[in-house]
Write a protein that binds this ligand. Structure first.
Ligand code: APR
Length: 245
Protein backbone atom coordinates (compact mmCIF):
# COMPACT_ATOMS: atom_id res chain seq x y z
CA UNK A 1 0.00 0.00 0.00
CA UNK A 2 1.23 3.48 -0.84
CA UNK A 3 0.75 5.75 2.16
CA UNK A 4 1.14 9.48 1.47
CA UNK A 5 4.04 10.99 3.39
CA UNK A 6 1.80 13.85 4.67
CA UNK A 7 -0.36 11.28 6.44
CA UNK A 8 2.63 9.55 8.00
CA UNK A 9 4.00 12.91 9.17
CA UNK A 10 0.61 13.93 10.50
CA UNK A 11 0.36 10.71 12.48
CA UNK A 12 3.90 11.03 13.78
CA UNK A 13 3.18 14.50 15.10
CA UNK A 14 -0.31 13.76 16.49
CA UNK A 15 -1.10 12.89 20.07
CA UNK A 16 -4.88 12.39 19.97
CA UNK A 17 -6.28 9.62 17.81
CA UNK A 18 -9.72 8.00 17.74
CA UNK A 19 -10.67 4.84 15.87
CA UNK A 20 -14.10 3.48 14.99
CA UNK A 21 -14.31 -0.18 14.01
CA UNK A 22 -17.07 -2.39 12.65
CA UNK A 23 -17.63 -6.00 11.61
CA UNK A 24 -14.99 -5.74 8.86
CA UNK A 25 -12.09 -5.77 11.30
CA UNK A 26 -13.18 -9.18 12.59
CA UNK A 27 -13.79 -10.62 9.13
CA UNK A 28 -10.22 -11.94 8.86
CA UNK A 29 -10.69 -13.73 12.19
CA UNK A 30 -13.29 -15.80 10.39
CA UNK A 31 -16.23 -14.23 12.13
CA UNK A 32 -19.33 -13.89 10.04
CA UNK A 33 -21.00 -10.54 10.03
CA UNK A 34 -24.34 -10.05 11.69
CA UNK A 35 -26.26 -10.44 8.47
CA UNK A 36 -24.22 -13.42 7.26
CA UNK A 37 -24.55 -15.28 10.53
CA UNK A 38 -27.52 -17.31 9.41
CA UNK A 39 -26.54 -20.94 9.14
CA UNK A 40 -28.66 -24.09 9.24
CA UNK A 41 -31.27 -23.89 11.92
CA UNK A 42 -31.26 -20.11 11.87
CA UNK A 43 -31.43 -19.58 8.14
CA UNK A 44 -35.17 -19.03 8.19
CA UNK A 45 -34.96 -16.13 10.64
CA UNK A 46 -34.18 -12.54 9.87
CA UNK A 47 -31.56 -11.37 12.42
CA UNK A 48 -33.23 -8.00 12.78
CA UNK A 49 -36.31 -9.93 13.93
CA UNK A 50 -34.26 -11.68 16.62
CA UNK A 51 -32.25 -8.74 17.91
CA UNK A 52 -35.00 -6.64 19.43
CA UNK A 53 -36.83 -6.22 22.73
CA UNK A 54 -40.07 -7.14 20.93
CA UNK A 55 -38.61 -10.43 19.73
CA UNK A 56 -37.43 -11.22 23.26
CA UNK A 57 -40.85 -10.41 24.71
CA UNK A 58 -42.54 -12.56 22.05
CA UNK A 59 -40.25 -15.58 22.27
CA UNK A 60 -37.45 -15.24 24.84
CA UNK A 61 -36.18 -18.79 24.37
CA UNK A 62 -35.75 -18.34 20.62
CA UNK A 63 -33.74 -15.15 21.12
CA UNK A 64 -31.71 -16.65 23.99
CA UNK A 65 -30.84 -19.72 21.88
CA UNK A 66 -29.76 -17.61 18.93
CA UNK A 67 -27.35 -15.63 21.12
CA UNK A 68 -26.14 -18.81 22.85
CA UNK A 69 -25.28 -20.16 19.40
CA UNK A 70 -23.48 -16.97 18.41
CA UNK A 71 -21.66 -16.85 21.77
CA UNK A 72 -20.36 -20.34 21.08
CA UNK A 73 -19.16 -19.26 17.62
CA UNK A 74 -17.30 -16.27 19.07
CA UNK A 75 -15.54 -18.49 21.64
CA UNK A 76 -13.40 -20.21 19.04
CA UNK A 77 -12.39 -16.99 17.32
CA UNK A 78 -9.07 -15.19 17.84
CA UNK A 79 -7.98 -11.60 17.04
CA UNK A 80 -6.19 -11.01 13.72
CA UNK A 81 -3.31 -8.75 12.63
CA UNK A 82 -5.68 -5.79 12.37
CA UNK A 83 -6.67 -6.04 16.03
CA UNK A 84 -3.02 -6.39 17.07
CA UNK A 85 -1.95 -3.40 14.97
CA UNK A 86 -4.45 -1.28 16.91
CA UNK A 87 -2.90 -2.45 20.18
CA UNK A 88 0.46 -1.17 18.91
CA UNK A 89 -1.15 2.09 17.85
CA UNK A 90 -2.57 2.60 21.34
CA UNK A 91 0.96 2.47 22.74
CA UNK A 92 2.16 5.06 20.24
CA UNK A 93 -0.28 7.90 20.98
CA UNK A 94 -0.77 9.88 24.16
CA UNK A 95 -4.57 9.69 23.87
CA UNK A 96 -6.04 6.81 21.94
CA UNK A 97 -9.71 5.82 21.96
CA UNK A 98 -10.96 2.71 20.25
CA UNK A 99 -14.69 2.90 19.58
CA UNK A 100 -16.21 -0.33 18.34
CA UNK A 101 -19.61 -1.46 17.17
CA UNK A 102 -18.51 -5.07 17.47
CA UNK A 103 -19.83 -7.26 20.26
CA UNK A 104 -17.19 -9.98 19.86
CA UNK A 105 -14.77 -8.65 22.50
CA UNK A 106 -11.78 -9.21 20.19
CA UNK A 107 -10.17 -5.79 20.73
CA UNK A 108 -9.78 -6.40 24.47
CA UNK A 109 -8.77 -10.00 23.81
CA UNK A 110 -5.96 -8.66 21.60
CA UNK A 111 -4.83 -6.28 24.36
CA UNK A 112 -6.44 -2.93 23.53
CA UNK A 113 -7.21 -1.03 26.72
CA UNK A 114 -9.20 2.12 26.06
CA UNK A 115 -12.08 0.40 24.27
CA UNK A 116 -15.65 1.73 24.07
CA UNK A 117 -18.07 -1.03 23.14
CA UNK A 118 -21.03 0.90 21.76
CA UNK A 119 -23.15 -2.17 21.10
CA UNK A 120 -22.21 -4.16 24.20
CA UNK A 121 -20.51 -7.53 24.48
CA UNK A 122 -21.99 -10.89 23.59
CA UNK A 123 -19.94 -12.68 26.25
CA UNK A 124 -21.72 -10.83 29.04
CA UNK A 125 -25.20 -11.70 30.26
CA UNK A 126 -27.46 -9.60 32.44
CA UNK A 127 -30.94 -9.64 33.88
CA UNK A 128 -33.58 -8.17 31.58
CA UNK A 129 -35.42 -6.83 34.65
CA UNK A 130 -32.93 -5.54 37.23
CA UNK A 131 -29.80 -5.34 35.07
CA UNK A 132 -27.61 -7.42 37.40
CA UNK A 133 -24.81 -9.21 35.54
CA UNK A 134 -24.77 -13.00 35.80
CA UNK A 135 -21.50 -14.79 36.59
CA UNK A 136 -22.86 -18.15 35.51
CA UNK A 137 -25.94 -19.65 33.95
CA UNK A 138 -27.07 -23.02 32.71
CA UNK A 139 -26.39 -23.15 28.98
CA UNK A 140 -28.27 -26.49 28.72
CA UNK A 141 -31.43 -25.18 30.38
CA UNK A 142 -34.75 -25.98 28.68
CA UNK A 143 -35.98 -22.52 29.58
CA UNK A 144 -34.28 -19.12 29.57
CA UNK A 145 -31.97 -18.93 32.63
CA UNK A 146 -33.18 -16.59 35.36
CA UNK A 147 -31.60 -13.91 37.50
CA UNK A 148 -30.51 -15.18 40.93
CA UNK A 149 -31.55 -11.91 42.51
CA UNK A 150 -35.00 -11.19 41.08
CA UNK A 151 -35.88 -14.19 38.88
CA UNK A 152 -36.05 -11.98 35.80
CA UNK A 153 -35.05 -13.55 32.49
CA UNK A 154 -31.38 -13.29 31.54
CA UNK A 155 -30.41 -11.70 28.22
CA UNK A 156 -27.19 -10.90 26.35
CA UNK A 157 -25.55 -7.58 27.20
CA UNK A 158 -25.88 -6.25 23.68
CA UNK A 159 -27.78 -3.29 22.28
CA UNK A 160 -30.83 -4.42 20.36
CA UNK A 161 -32.58 -2.56 17.56
CA UNK A 162 -34.73 0.14 19.11
CA UNK A 163 -32.62 0.34 22.29
CA UNK A 164 -30.39 3.25 23.21
CA UNK A 165 -26.64 2.94 23.29
CA UNK A 166 -24.93 2.93 26.70
CA UNK A 167 -24.84 6.59 27.64
CA UNK A 168 -21.36 6.80 29.18
CA UNK A 169 -19.76 5.00 26.23
CA UNK A 170 -21.56 7.13 23.70
CA UNK A 171 -20.57 10.34 25.46
CA UNK A 172 -16.96 9.25 25.68
CA UNK A 173 -17.03 8.29 21.98
CA UNK A 174 -18.41 11.69 20.96
CA UNK A 175 -15.83 13.50 23.11
CA UNK A 176 -12.94 11.46 21.74
CA UNK A 177 -14.13 12.06 18.18
CA UNK A 178 -14.44 15.80 18.75
CA UNK A 179 -11.02 16.07 20.38
CA UNK A 180 -8.97 13.89 18.05
CA UNK A 181 -6.50 15.07 15.42
CA UNK A 182 -6.84 11.94 13.34
CA UNK A 183 -9.90 9.69 13.11
CA UNK A 184 -9.89 6.22 11.59
CA UNK A 185 -13.02 4.49 10.33
CA UNK A 186 -12.19 0.81 9.83
CA UNK A 187 -14.32 -2.02 8.46
CA UNK A 188 -17.66 -0.37 9.01
CA UNK A 189 -20.31 0.27 6.39
CA UNK A 190 -21.00 3.51 8.23
CA UNK A 191 -24.74 3.28 7.86
CA UNK A 192 -25.83 2.56 11.43
CA UNK A 193 -26.39 5.60 13.64
CA UNK A 194 -25.13 7.19 15.79
CA UNK A 195 -21.73 5.61 15.25
CA UNK A 196 -21.86 6.61 11.61
CA UNK A 197 -22.29 10.26 12.44
CA UNK A 198 -19.14 10.31 14.58
CA UNK A 199 -16.95 10.38 11.50
CA UNK A 200 -18.92 13.27 10.04
CA UNK A 201 -18.67 15.22 13.31
CA UNK A 202 -14.92 14.74 13.20
CA UNK A 203 -14.66 15.97 9.64
CA UNK A 204 -16.66 19.08 10.51
CA UNK A 205 -14.19 19.68 13.27
CA UNK A 206 -11.22 19.77 10.93
CA UNK A 207 -9.52 16.56 11.98
CA UNK A 208 -8.07 14.23 9.38
CA UNK A 209 -10.34 11.30 8.52
CA UNK A 210 -8.76 8.04 7.36
CA UNK A 211 -10.94 5.22 6.11
CA UNK A 212 -9.87 1.61 5.67
CA UNK A 213 -12.45 -0.65 4.09
CA UNK A 214 -12.77 -3.47 1.59
CA UNK A 215 -15.29 -1.32 -0.29
CA UNK A 216 -16.31 2.30 -0.67
CA UNK A 217 -18.92 3.53 1.81
CA UNK A 218 -21.02 6.70 2.23
CA UNK A 219 -18.07 8.12 4.21
CA UNK A 220 -15.52 7.59 1.42
CA UNK A 221 -16.15 10.84 -0.50
CA UNK A 222 -15.75 12.80 2.75
CA UNK A 223 -12.64 11.02 4.02
CA UNK A 224 -9.23 12.68 3.56
CA UNK A 225 -7.67 9.31 2.87
CA UNK A 226 -9.29 6.07 1.77
CA UNK A 227 -7.36 2.81 1.70
CA UNK A 228 -9.20 0.01 0.02
CA UNK A 229 -8.43 -3.52 1.16
CA UNK A 230 -8.24 -5.74 4.21
CA UNK A 231 -7.66 -4.05 7.54
CA UNK A 232 -5.58 -7.06 8.68
CA UNK A 233 -3.08 -6.23 5.93
CA UNK A 234 -3.25 -2.44 5.72
CA UNK A 235 -3.10 -1.63 9.44
CA UNK A 236 0.12 -3.52 10.24
CA UNK A 237 1.86 -1.80 7.28
CA UNK A 238 0.71 1.61 8.42
CA UNK A 239 1.64 1.03 12.05
CA UNK A 240 5.12 -0.09 11.00
CA UNK A 241 5.64 3.21 9.19
CA UNK A 242 4.54 5.38 12.08
CA UNK A 243 6.42 3.52 14.76
CA UNK A 244 9.79 3.46 12.97
CA UNK A 245 12.05 6.50 12.99
N1 APR B 1 -11.15 -5.29 6.00
C1 APR B 1 -11.77 -4.08 5.98
N2 APR B 1 -13.08 -3.92 5.75
C2 APR B 1 -13.81 -5.03 5.55
C3 APR B 1 -13.25 -6.33 5.57
C4 APR B 1 -11.84 -6.43 5.81
N3 APR B 1 -11.23 -7.60 5.85
N4 APR B 1 -14.25 -7.21 5.34
C5 APR B 1 -15.39 -6.51 5.21
N5 APR B 1 -15.13 -5.19 5.34
C6 APR B 1 -16.09 -4.07 5.33
C7 APR B 1 -17.24 -4.19 4.38
O1 APR B 1 -16.89 -3.63 3.12
C8 APR B 1 -18.32 -3.36 5.08
O2 APR B 1 -18.26 -2.00 4.70
O3 APR B 1 -16.67 -4.07 6.61
C9 APR B 1 -17.95 -3.47 6.55
C10 APR B 1 -18.91 -4.28 7.38
O4 APR B 1 -20.15 -3.62 7.40
P1 APR B 1 -21.40 -4.15 8.27
O5 APR B 1 -21.53 -5.64 8.10
O6 APR B 1 -22.56 -3.29 7.96
O7 APR B 1 -20.90 -3.96 9.77
P2 APR B 1 -20.94 -2.70 10.71
O8 APR B 1 -20.64 -1.45 9.97
O9 APR B 1 -20.11 -3.05 11.88
O10 APR B 1 -22.46 -2.69 11.15
C11 APR B 1 -22.87 -1.83 12.17
O11 APR B 1 -25.05 -2.81 12.30
O12 APR B 1 -25.89 -4.93 12.04
C12 APR B 1 -25.71 -3.89 12.94
O13 APR B 1 -25.37 -3.86 15.25
C13 APR B 1 -24.84 -4.37 14.07
O14 APR B 1 -22.78 -3.44 14.95
C14 APR B 1 -23.49 -3.71 13.77
C15 APR B 1 -23.90 -2.45 13.05
Amino acid sequence: MNFPIELINKLKSSSRVAVLTGAGISQESGLKTFRDAQDGLWAKYNPTDLASPEAFARDPKLVWDWYAWRREAVKGVRPNQGHYALVEMENKFLTFTLITQNIDGLHRFAGSKNVLELHGNINLVRCSECGTYADEWDEESETVPQCKKCNGLLRPDVVWFGESLPRAELEAAVNASRACEVFFSIGTSGVVQPAASLAHAVRDNGAVVVEINAEETPLTPKANYFFQGKSGEILPELVKLITEF
